[in-house]
Ligand binder design. Sequence first.
Ligand code: AP5
Length: 218
Amino acid sequence: MATYLILLGPPGAGKGTQAKLLAVEAGLPHISSGDIFRQNLTESTELGKQARLYIDRGELVPDDVTIAMIRERLSRPDCQAGAILDGFPRTIDQATGLDEMLAAFGSGVDRVLYVDIADEELIRRLSGRLVCRAQGHIYHQAFNPPKQPGVCDVDGSALYQREDDKEATVRHRIQVYMQQTAPLIEHYRQRGLLSEIDGEQPVEAVTRDMLAAIGEGS
Ligand code: AP5
């Protein structure tokens, strides 16, 4: 039976950081809708050109485009045992689209890990975030600095600041999250699938709570 986990939370809550760690612990692929869009931006694909119009403004890419992209990704062989979804779904329509695609695989959402965190902490985190060019490894100038400034510890590639991490865009992304994504908290709580995780703890403590919530904690 495949396992599908969702990481839900505002921009900068630590979803990407945790998804990479959980992927190793749970032995499941990490599927980040934001990373797939950014990869397409870098490669200047048609999808990338379409997505750029929204991402640079801090808006959501339209549901039909996003759902089709995730359906294609989840159909690949490496997702046969399930996946850790980071940044998808982000609207009620995307959640419905996900239910339909998982039902077609004879499966469903197993657990939604909602990372709860205050807005001001999000601004601090995103304004200091650095991401590696090669594989998207995540750092923070103050909270999780690389050993050598500007260089990824894991693969040696250059670190950069995301275009959408400018403060004005971050504030808009948080508003978009409140309007379009936050309703998913209640949606999944009512279905008994939600686990609330305190996202303001150190990275290791957040991971520990997530593993406990999915029944893999010690
Ligand atoms: P996406 O890439 O998904 O961005 P996001 O959801 O806004 O989330 P972030 O990547 O900004 O933050 P995160 O929660 O992963 O935090 P991180 O671990 O990096 O989406 C980007 C754009 O793509 C969207 O705006 C939209 O346009 C489009 N898009 C994507 N998915 C879409 C969808 N489904 N539908 C439509 N459009 C979509 O951590 C942040 C920082 O904090 C890092 O520096 C990290 O080192 C640090 N940190 C993490 N944890 C801790 C901790 N516990 N303590 C201290 N520091 C920490």
